[in-house]
Structures are given as structure tokens and as C-alpha cells.
Write a protein that binds this ligand. Structure first.
Ligand code: 6PG
Length: 248
């Protein structure tokens, strides 16, 4: 793998093009791996169009469903049936219909506490990976999808929270969220999210422009510190694209 650090910014016209570009990148990552594939999904509203596309052709027919495992980077600690549950949307949109049930790996919502849920998910990730420590030469995920929150959080790693500095645990319980919904969270940590061939941020809409400007200008924000050990790509539509930032 290449050494992480550099970020590539790819500008697209609008949210529809952004979803198509993300779907194409996802398919390209899958095509590059002839073995077992691991994708880490994200919550929030930004990936909704992408998830809808994955359920339709030509994308759906090109996904090797029997070889792909689906994880999620963070969860709101609410029941799986609650509409605020992050895994609920991808499940409803495409996973439950198309992916083998044992290839869907939600963060447990029925745990006793966020910490308990985090511990269980960490054990599941380690068992899937087949080792207790991450080897930079063998990334955990082929692709990790990410979003940016209004305060610069990503996954459920909020600015100023100690979890952003976590280097040992793979998954953490976050008792209090910094933004709505104010429910406890469970989140993968930065080193685990970094263990991927590609980290792909989807950033869309004028409301994201100010925070994206801060993230790209090196602000000390979780979304600025999240980097893949491989490629880190920001897919940005025109409404969210900061001035003076050229995309490809
Ligand atoms: C969550 C998320 C979070 C999200 C950003 C962007 O649980 O809220 O996973 O990190 O990706 O807040 O959210 P939007 O896509 O809704 O703007």
C-alpha cells in the first residue's frame, strides 16, 4: 500500500453525480480484490442516494454479493428498528434484499451499554480480520465510507473528545453526542478506520461548505485527522466545494 497522508479532492456537479461517482469507486475497489471483500458503510443522510444506486443496475449486477462483507463505521445506540439507527437505512435500501444475512455486520444495538456494544463489535472485527493487531500491509477494509458532520466530526468521533486520540481500542462507546441525535454512540477509532485501501468521504450541499473549508485547511478536527493508510478521497459536489479548492 502507499503511505497515507495525501488527500485527493474530486469535484462533481451535484448530489446525483456524487452518488454515481461513489458507486463507481466502490465497484472499482471490489473489482480489484478477487477474494473476500470488506466495505465499511457510514450513517447520516449523505450516502442515501449511493445506497439506492447499489440496489439498481448496472451497479447491483456487478457486485459480487457472495464475497462482500458489510460493516458500519459508527452507530447511534438505539434499537435496530429505530429510524435513527445507522444500519437501518442501508439494510432497508439494499442489504436485506441483496446481501447474504451473515455478510451483514451491524454494530450490536441490543448490548447492555455503548461500551458493551463496542467491545462486542471489536471482537467481531478482530475475528473477521483473523488477528488482534492490524498489519499495515493487510488492510481490514477495502473501502471505508465517511461523512462530515457540522462540527467536523466523522463517524462518531467528535472534536475535543478523548476518543479521537484512541490508538489501542478498535471500537469505543461514546456516552454523549456533540450533535443531534443526542443519543450515545459507538464508533470505530481512527487507526481502525485508516486500515483500508480507500477512505471515501461524500460531501454534498451548501451547508457543508464552511466545515469542509476548515477540514481541508488543516483544522484540528476529527474529519481532518481521518486518513486512510492507502488512498483518502473527498468526493465533493459544487455546492459544497470551498472557494480556492480545485477538484479533479
Ligand atoms: C452519524 C454519522 C456521521 C455522519 C455525519 C454526516 O451517525 O451521524 O455516521 O458521522 O456521517 O454526521 O451526516 P450527514 O450525511 O447526515 O450530513
Amino acid at each position: 500500500m502507499t503511505t497515507g497522508g495525501q488527500r485527493e479532492i474530486i469535484a462533481v456537479a451535484d448530489a446525483a453525480d456524487l452518488a454515481k461517482a461513489a458507486a463507481q469507486r466502490l465497484l472499482a475497489r471490489m473489482a480489484a480484490n478477487s477474494g473476500r471483500i470488506a466495505i465499511c458503510l457510514t450513517g447520516g443522510s449523505s450516502p442515501k442516494k449511493l445506497y439506492e444506486l447499489l440496489a439498481t443496475d448496472p451497479y447491483c449486477g456487478k457486485i459480487p454479493w457472495d464475497r462482500v462483507h458489510w460493516f458500519i463505521g459508527d452507530e447511534r445506540f438505539v434499537p435496530a428498528s429505530d429510524e435513527r439507527n445507522n444500519m437501518a437505512m442501508p439494510r432497508r435500501t439494499f442489504l436485506d434484499r441483496l446481501a447474504p444475512a451473515d455478510h451483514i455486520h451491524p454494530i450490536p444495538a441490543d448490548a447492555a451499554s455503548p461500551d458493551d456494544s463496542a467491545g462486542r463489535y471489536e471482537a467481531e472485527l478482530k475475528s473477521f480480520y483473523g488477528a488482534l493487531t492490524l498489519d499495515p500491509a493487510r488492510p481490514l477494509f477495502d473501502l471505508v465510507l465517511m461523512g462530515i458532520g457540522p462540527d467536523g466530526h466523522t463517524a462518531s468521533l467528535f472534536p475535543g473528545y478523548p476518543d479521537v486520540e484512541e490508538r489501542t481500542r478498535w471500537v469505543v462507546g461514546v456516552p454523549r453526542a456533540n450533535v443531534e441525535p443526542f443519543v450515545p454512540r459507538v464508533s470505530l477509532t481512527l487507526p481502525v478506520l485508516a486500515s483500508c485501501r480507500e477512505m471515501l468521504f461524500e460531501v454534498s450541499g451548501a451547508a457543508k461548505r464552511a466545515i469542509l473549508t476548515r477540514v481541508l485547511s488543516g483544522g484540528n478536527l476529527p474529519a481532518a485527522r481521518a486518513r486512510s493508510d492507502g488512498e483518502t478521497v473527498f468526493l465533493v459536489d459544487q455546492a459544497a466545494l470551498p472557494e480556492n479548492v480545485g477538484g479533479n
